[in-house]
Design a protein around this ligand. Structure first.
Ligand SMILES: O=C(O)C1=C[C@@H](OP(=O)(O)O)[C@@H](O)[C@H](O)C1
Ligand SMILES: C=C(OP(=O)(O)O)C(=O)O
Length: 412
């Protein structure tokens, strides 16, 4: 499948979508389960490639190499897991994964007593874990402004250190809800860590996880594309199944953001129903705590004609691709843009102003699932061609099957 042509619906959009479940929650639950000796009952694990890869690599205990492909959480969580459980493993991934930094995590693991060697460039995968001998260290500092995944990775294995671990987080904190999700899931498996976010300290007691039955919620990051679809459609009413009213996921912030972009979300007891309402004429959003929503909101604002100010998107540069550049390149095809007004700090979405040709616009996806899914809702307004649409498999493999419920989807 090289490309998909998406054509606008010629009738009101009415759909019920069974969302993919959260890969973030799934990948945490799988690490916690592994630490109980695989004695948990995990329900509704994600079909996302990132989660399926985690399952496969945890099972494959004899394989010398763990290739995580392009899954960031799988790379970071498994590195900490293999390092602290003393397993010898080569950790590798796609060429892009080998450009995504891991030095802060490796440095922390070495301080605790893990033997970790870089096999390529210092600070990046591939690397090898080869045994653990505790140094007795039970307190360390780690930057909180690069990726919260390092901190989640350390927190999950920390109860198995001889005297637990106190983490002092330095610098401005990003993606805090992902760390909170980690601590809440750890608590559900019987280890109660405490966090003081003002002091930037997390304390994890020594202990063991209890075999537990745990059900994963649907994915709020995946839900965001349906919010954008409703925002851009002339007439839409979509129900998203499996979302909770109180979520562990920070990306549930999409409800408040999309309220301003003209989407009313109402809890139905089995998910959320999305309908249309009046939109604001300008938007300001800080994505520090929900970086994965930035592409969805950028595209939605640009195509809906709503100027916006974005902050907190620095971490987008070290994700599946440099997402800032990718958004800029693709929005420019519509005469819109994401302008860096204060370098690496404040960006402005310049919306589409003049109509462009009616020919389908071709969207490149940069090996990034979120590029494909963030641009798809434009099909509510005009035809678009999504190149390499298979990228969605990373987090939401059934996305295009679901999208057929709201637009015409043809292979080209
Ligand atoms: O812990 C997690 O599950 C995630 C944390 C975030 O990464 P950063 O902490 O690197 O921002 C997010 O972008 C990613 O999709 C999933
Ligand atoms: C950044 C993402 O994932 P990861 O860092 O786990 O590869 C994502 O899913 O948008």
């Amino acid at each position: 499948m090289n490309a998909l042509l998406l054509t606008p619906p010629n009738q009101p959009v009415r759909a019920t979508i069974a969302l993919a479940s959260s890969k973030s929650e799934s990948n945490r639950a799988l690490i916690l389960d592994a630490l109980t000796g695989f004695r948990c009952q995990l329900d509704n694990l994600s079909t996302a490639r990132d989660t399926q890869t985690m399952i496969r690599l945890l099972r494959d205990t004899d394989a010398p190499t763990a290739d995580v492909l392009d899954a960031g959480t799988t790379m970071r969580f498994l590195t900490a897991y293999f390092a602290l459980t003393g397993q010898t493993k080569i950790m590798t991934g796609t060429p892009r994964m080998c450009e995504r930094p891991i030095g802060l995590l490796v440095e922390a693991l070495r301080t605790l007593g893990a033997d970790v060697t870089y096999l390529g460039q210092e600070g990046y995968p591939p690397l090898q874990t080869a045994g653990f001998q505790s140094t007795g260290v039970n307190e360390l500092s780690i930057r909180g402004d690069v990726s919260s995944q390092y901190i989640s990775a350390l927190a999950m294995v920390a109860p198995y250190l001889p005297s637990g671990l106190t983490l002092h987080l330095t610098g401005a904190l990003g993606s805090v809800p992902y760390m909170t999700m980690t601590l809440q899931q750890m608590a559900a498996f019987g280890v109660n860590a405490t966090a003081d976010w003002a002091a930037q300290v997390i304390q994890i007691p020594a202990g063991t996880y209890t075999p537990t039955a745990y059900a994963i919620e649907s994915d709020w990051s995946g839900a965001s594309y349906w919010f954008s679809t409703v925002a851009l459609a002339a007439d839409a009413d979509i129900e998203l199944l499996g979302l909770k009213e109180q979520s562990l996921q920070g990306d549930s912030a999409i409800v408040g953001i999309m309220d301003q972009l003209g989407v009313q979300a109402t809890y139905t007891g089995r998910g959320f129903r999305l309908t249309k309402k009046e939109a604001a004429d300008r938007l300001t959003v800080d994505f520090t705590n929900c970086p994965d929503l930035a592409q969805t909101v950028a595209v939605c604002c640009a195509l809906k004609g709503i100027p916006a100010t974005f902050t907190g998107i620095e971490s987008l540069k070290i994700k599946e691709t440099d997402r800032v550049v990718a958004i800029q390149n693709e929005l420019r095809k519509f005469g819109a843009d994401l302008v860096d007004v204060v370098t690496n700090e404040r960006y402005e979405v310049r919306p589409v102003t003049a109509p462009i040709s009616n020919l389908p616009v071709q969207i490149d996806t940069y090996d990034d699932h979120r590029m494909a899914m963030a641009f798809a809702p434009i099909a509510m307004l005009r035809s678009v061609i999504i190149n390499e649409p298979g990228v969605v498999a990373k987090s939401y493999p059934s996305f295009w099957d679901d999208f057929k419920k709201v637009a015409t989807v043809d292979e080209v």
